[in-house]
Structures are given as structure tokens and as C-alpha cells.
Ligand binder design. Structure first.
Ligand code: PMP
Length: 345
């Protein structure tokens, strides 16, 4: 007899990008330039207070995020990475038998969360161009659907949905279904036609936007994500958050990072410039790389994915293979990207 749920045996574990000492890591969509200025000092200063619990209400940080975005603080919840906020969203929306609709392939945490909460996952295959099929997603909504996720830009394919298609989609979603816009990679978007979910849809009570400080803001190791939504939704999410899960150093670091927005933008510009250069070079060999609005790109290699990733690793570059489907490559520094290009060109 098992001490844990028998259905967990069949559940694939979350696979993090591998870290191999000495190798170049282009596997986890991190920004390669180190913590933003002021972050190390803020964390160091916070450490002397870690015998006390942090502010459970995350008051200062939520206030700062709210002010930056021009919304009320009661519309913000923070979590241990935005991945935790997704788990909370599944829990506050789906009772047993209720459905959560999302695209596939997309962020691999969705099905893992779906399988261990009450929700039934409904995965809608991406288009041939590797982007969300919003028409099919709208058609997949039933009277049991409680949650719909749109990952924009989509991890791992990098594709993004445009304003007109998202408008049309949201108009089709019933008002009692919560739509979560996963904007973990928002800062890397350069196409003006890809809407900022908060600006475009922030006044719709059934839309929540999730963002993270893990990527552009360089705080992956400290785990800070946030959600912007209607006050009732935020209040429900905050009820189920693991108490104190935005730690004291994390709160201090997030405040410091948000003070370094100009440097964040400078780094994002470097990544975006490299994205154009690298994707253009890669397409000479693999013309099928879909357009990307994120800090990574997708190589739809199908059955050759694992072999490709192994060849990169042999050459000291770690990329992320999704067995039988494709390989996701994060944009690194120019030197790191050159190392990747030298493997494939
Ligand atoms: N959403 C997407 C699409 C992601 O790719 C990630 C990180 N891989 C997250 C959410 C969660 O990021 P974090 O938990 O670090 O905030």
C-alpha cells in the first residue's frame, strides 16, 4: 500500500533546466547578467532580520507593484514565483470535475498542477505554427470550465497572440470563467500588437494577469511572482497562499529590483537584440523556428530533440529538450549564444 496518492505514480515530475558545472546554461529562460544593482545589498541587509517572520501582507512590495502599474494594492497578490500563484488559481477556481482549459504545448507546470488539484485539464493543441489556437480553445469551453489560461508569449514556443484575436477570444469566454493571462515574458515583447494584458483587459473582472520577477528582473533564485486581478479574486487567492511564502529577503530584493527598472530595460534590450541575431542565424539551418516574443526560441525537431540537446551538451551548452517535440533555447550573452551557434552552424 502506498502512503501517497496512487495516481501520482503516473504524473511526470517538473523537469528543471539542467545545471552542469562549467557548462553554458541556456535552459531555464533566465537573464544572464546577474542580479540587478542594489539587489545583493538589499538581501544582505534583510538577512539580519530573518529570525522574524516576514510581513505576511507583503504590504510594501504589493504597494510598490500597484503604484508602478497604476492599480490599487488590493488588486495585487504575490507568491513564491508565479508558478505558485497558478496553483492557487486552480485551487480557488476548480471544484472536483471542473475544467481548466489551456494550450498544449505550453508551460509544463499547468498539467502538473491540474493533476493534483480538483481540476480536470483540457489541453488544446497548438496550431501548426506552434501558437495558441484561440478558436479551438474557445470551442473547448463547456459549462464545467472554470479557468482558462493564455500563455502570452507562450513557453516553450515563444509565440504570442495578437490584440484582435485575444479581444475576439475574450468576448467569447463566459463572464463566470476566469481567464489567466500568463505574462511571465511580457518584458521581452517588442511587437506592439501583442497586448499588455493589464492595459488592454485590466478592467474585465474575469481576467487576471500573472507576471514574475524571475526573468527580466533577474530574481529567479528568490521566487517572487505576482498576480493582478479583481479584488474578490485576489482576496480568494490570498486566502490559500502558503503563509509567509514571499520571504523576507525576497521582499527586500524585489523592492530593490523594481528600483532598477532602467537597468532591467537595458538588459532586456540586449537580450532582444541577441534574439534577432540568433534566430536569424538559426533559421538558415532550421527554417521552421517560429517567431518569438520571449527570451528564448523553439526548435521543432520532433524525434530528434533529445539527440540535439545531447549534442549541445557534449559541446558544453545546456538547452532544454521536450522529448519527441522540440528544443527550447534561451538567449544568453553574445558569447554564450555564439557558443550555441558554433554547435549548430
Ligand atoms: N509562467 C511561465 C510561462 C513560465 O515559463 C514560468 C517559469 N518557467 C513561470 C510562469 C513561473 O515562473 P516563476 O515561478 O519563477 O515566477
Amino acid at each position: 500500500m502506498s502512503l501517497t496518492r496512487p495516481d501520482l505514480d503516473a504524473l511526470p515530475a517538473y523537469v528543471p533546466g539542467r545545471t552542469v558545472p562549467g557548462a553554458i546554461k541556456l535552459a531555464s529562460n533566465e537573464v544572464p547578467y546577474g542580479p540587478l544593482p542594489g539587489v545583493v545589498e538589499a538581501v544582505t541587509a534583510a538577512v539580519s532580520g530573518v529570525h522574524r517572520y516576514p510581513d505576511m501582507g507583503v504590504t510594501e512590495l504589493r504597494g510598490r507593484i500597484a503604484e508602478r502599474l497604476g492599480v490599487e494594492a488590493e488588486r495585487i497578490a504575490t507568491g513564491c514565483g508565479s508558478v505558485a500563484l497558478f496553483e492557487h488559481l486552480f485551487r480557488v477556481t476548480c471544484m472536483p470535475g471542473d475544467e481548466a482549459v489551456y494550450a498544449w504545448r505550453s508551460f509544463e507546470a499547468y498539467p502538473i498542477i491540474g493533476a493534483t488539484t480538483a481540476a480536470t485539464s483540457v489541453r488544446v493543441p497548438n496550431t501548426a505554427e506552434h501558437g495558441h489556437d484561440l478558436e479551438a480553445m474557445a470551442a473547448a469551453i463547456t459549462d464545467r470550465t472554470r479557468l482558462v489560461i493564455v500563455c502570452n508569449p507562450n513557453n516553450p514556443t515563444g509565440t504570442a497572440v495578437r490584440r484582435a484575436e485575444l479581444d475576439a477570444f475574450l468576448d467569447k469566454v463566459p463572464g463566470n470563467v476566469l481567464v489567466a493571462l500568463d505574462e511571465a515574458y511580457r518584458e521581452f515583447v517588442t511587437d506592439d500588437d501583442v497586448p499588455d494584458g493589464l492595459v488592454a483587459y485590466g478592467d474585465r473582472p474575469n481576467v487576471v494577469v500573472l507576471r514574475t520577477l524571475s526573468k527580466a528582473w533577474g530574481l529567479a533564485g528568490l521566487r517572487v511572482g505576482y498576480l493582478i486581478g479583481a479584488p474578490e479574486v485576489v482576496a480568494a487567492v490570498r486566502k490559500v497562499i502558503t503563509p509567509f511564502s514571499t520571504s523576507l529577503p525576497a521582499q527586500a530584493a524585489a523592492l530593490a529590483a523594481l528600483n532598477a527598472e532602467d537597468e532591467m530595460r537595458r538588459r532586456v534590450d540586449l537580450v532582444v537584440a541577441e534574439r534577432s541575431r540568433v534566430v536569424e542565424a538559426v533559421r538558415k539551418v532550421y527554417p521552421d523556428v517560429p517567431e518569438t516574443q520571449a527570451n528564448f526560441f523553439w526548435l521543432p525537431l520532433g524525434d530528434r530533440s533529445a539527440e540535439f540537446a545531447a549534442a549541445c551538451e557534449q559541446a558544453g551548452v545546456i538547452v532544454r529538450a521536450f522529448q519527441g517535440d522540440g528544443v527550447r533555447v534561451t538567449i544568453g550573452t553574445p558569447e554564450e549564444n555564439d557558443a550555441f551557434l558554433s554547435v549548430i552552424l
